[in-house]
Ligand binder design. Structure first.
Ligand SMILES: Nc1nc2c(ncn2[C@@H]2O[C@H](COP(=O)(O)OP(=O)(O)OP(=O)(O)O)[C@@H](O)[C@H]2O)c(=O)[nH]1
Ligand SMILES: [Mg+2]
Length: 599
């Protein structure tokens, strides 16, 4: 039995596993007795209690897309089980728990029977998983998978440890980001993965902030250090620790690893390689953590979740009670008031949409400036060099060849880095603007909930979950390099048709024009690719914000109409209802007081 000290309202007491379990049970029983409208809460309390009883501990691997999360899990399991790739892959949360042998179970959102998989000679679990958990095998989750459970005999999974592979956040595939945020509410601790290129981003720091609100314990790993020299590794770690320090009183530990090397060494049974990859230390730290702190962390995590749930259930009860006490006409009036508050919210939403459109224009203007700067540099560097050839070489064929070579090498050497540099500037700027827009929209949603709470004079607890952070990711370019076969007539034919002097003048003129055209085409390519992608991202983002707000308004409206239905029912039933709700409310408030908060 694990006991934990809980500070609460100045007094302190010891809260045990049995105590928390009892509180969750109480919350479950009193909400279950209220029927359908509260059954969701009842079920959630019950599942928290069950998890506590089983000591089922959810350790998730979290991070931005492509940091190497699935590779890390494969390394820990010692098997290439979870799909990995250079493109965004993991699309569905995958829970790996202990089992005698490897098997898999896919659960669906649409009440379809779960799909079971057992290893056989013909097929591997990895191939089976591909069709359900990857973006390529199950694009936009068209198979309606809600989660996948895998059994695995790894010793790390003993004593109720469950490892969770999650979709990466921040890619252009927004649904993956959303799923990753949703799964947070089921996690108790995290392995947070960053890698050196690019170093930790603003979006990742925002994500971490949210993770910190949900999870009592986070481990930090800097992956892919095989790319780095010893000095680079040291400075990358310093930078990361520095950035993470804002969340802690003392600088947190960061473990440098190469998940890929670790996996390879593990598969080859190379213990020294496993140690050098940094994975041995990670594994040891996890084993120590599970032995010493797992149960305590689970208690803390489940208590947080229990508190969140209690707050929502209590708000809904208070809303219903207020509504019951109000005469029907008064209730109708307040609902009307809520409805009347909506146009103002809609106006603000319109204003927010205008700001978003303005921001898009601003980024596009910035893109224009950056692109012009690239054009200028290209003119100086590439056209400057070509001009030198045109002025210094007398032989047209030699000139033609030199210019062609310059164009070919320069297009490659100049434009690839130029494109990346512009994309970097635009990514930073767009991501920051989208983040501010998200904040504005979050405030609007708060306003909707608060308006309802104020109308019914209910104390309001802001929910922690449900935010979606967005970043703009430039497209993965497959840019064509506009190299041309410069002489449309061909040297042979030209020689036949024209005099030497005329050929010279004609060639110089043509080469100059062609080179200019090539530079402009490449510059236009940068502009076009980024502009198209900015346009799409901002538009998609705007639609999502509208959806989120609509859903919030709808949920609030529903809570009020449930109340209205109740007040419309027979007055004797209403009186009985009121007593029942009042009793439940008191019971839940006592539970909340006893559950306390961790700090
Ligand atoms: N060089 C190097 N590459 C790695 C390492 N770990 C993973 N990778 C590579 O990084 C790419 C992405 O790895 P994944 O494991 O699919 O990354 P992920 O974070 O699960 O990606 P999503 O599921 O799409 O979010 C793959 O090509 C891996 O081989 C590492 O330690 N070093
Ligand atoms: Mg993955």
């Amino acid at each position: 039995m694990v006991d934990q000290k809980v500070e609460e309202g100045g007094s302190s007491k010891w809260q045990s596993e049995a105590n928390l379990s009892e509180l969750l049970q109480q919350a479950h029983s009193c909400l279950a007795a209220l029927g359908e409208n509260y059954s969701r809460f009842g079920e959630e309390f019950s599942s928290l209690q069950q998890r506590l009883g089983e000591g089922r501990f959810h350790l998730a691997v979290l991070g931005q897309f492509k940091r190497g999360k699935s590779t890390l899990l494969n390394a820990l399991l010692g098997e290439e089980l979870l799909p990995t790739d250079i493109l965004p892959v993991t699309a569905i949360p995958t829970f790996v728990h202990a089992g005698d042998k490897v098997s898999g179970e896919v659960y669906f959102n649409d009440n379809k029977e779960p799909q079971h998989f057992d290893i056989s000679a013909e097929s591997s679990l990895a191939a089976f998983l591909y069709d359900y958990v990857t973006e390529a095998g199950n694009p936009y989750n068209q198979r309606h998978v809600c989660r996948v459970e895998i059994s695995h005999p790894s010793p790390l999974l003993q004593q109720g440890v469950v490892l969770i592979d999650t979709p990466g956040v921040g890619s252009t595939l927004k649904h993956n980001t959303e799923i990753a945020h949703q799964v947070l509410s089921q996690c108790d601790a995290a392995l947070f993965l960053v890698s050196p290129d690019p170093p930790i981003t603003v979006m990742e720091l925002d994500y971490l902030q949210q993770i910190k609100e949900h999870l009592p314990r986070t481990f930090y790993l800097l992956n892919k250090v095989d790319f780095l020299s010893v000095e680079e590794q040291a400075s990358s770690i310093r930078f990361l620790v520095d950035q993470l320090s804002r969340f802690y009183d003392a600088p947190p530990q960061v473990m440098p690893i190469s998940a890929r090397k670790g996996l390879r060494s593990r598969l080859a049974g190379d213990e020294e390689g496993w140690r050098q990859s940094g994975m041995q230390l990670v594994e040891q730290n996890l084993i120590d953590f599970f032995a010493r702190e797992k149960q305590q962390t689970l208690l803390q995590a489940l208590r947080r979740r229990g508190n969140d749930l209690l707050n929502s259930a209590i708000m809904q009860l208070q809303l219903s009670l207020k509504a019951l006490k109000l005469p029907e006409s008064e209730l109708q009036l307040r609902m009307d008031q809520f409805r009347h508050s909506l146009p103002a919210i809609e106006r603000e939403q319109q204003a927010a949409a205008d700001v978003l459109a303005g921001d898009l224009k601003r980024v596009i203007k910035r893109l224009g400036e950056e692109v012009e700067a690239v054009r200028e540099r290209a003119k100086q560097q590439i056209l400057g060099q070509i001009e030198t050839h045109l002025e210094s070489v007398a032989d047209v064929e030699q000139m033609e060849q030199l210019v062609q070579e310059t164009v070919a090498t320069q297009t490659e050497q100049f434009f690839a880095p130029a494109m990346n540099a512009v994309a970097d500037v635009i990514r930073r700027e767009a991501t920051e603007l989208l983040r501010l827009n998200q904040q504005r929209s979050d405030q609007l949603m708060e306003q909707v909930r608060q308006t309802a709470a104020e109308l019914f004079e209910i104390p309001y607890h802001a929910p922690v979950a449900g935010k979606v952070y967005t970043s703009f990711e430039p497209p993965a370019w497959s840019y064509d390099l506009f190299t041309s076969d410069m002489d449309p007539l061909g040297q042979k034919l030209s020689r036949k048709l024209f005099s030497k002097k005329f050929r010279y003048r004609r060639t110089v003129k043509r080469l100059r024009e062609e080179s200019r055209k090539l530079v402009n085409q490449n510059v236009a390519q940068i502009d076009w690719a980024l502009r198209k992608s900015l346009d799409k991202s901002f538009r998609q983002f705007g639609t999502e914000l509208r959806d989120q707000l609509d859903k919030t308004i709808e949920a609030t409206r529903k809570a009020m109409s449930i109340a209205l239905q109740r007040s419309e029912s027979h007055s004797a039933t209403t009186a009985a209802n009121e007593v029942r709700l009042q009793q439940t409310l008191q019971q839940l408030e006592t539970v909340r007081q006893q559950m306390g908060t961790d700090s």
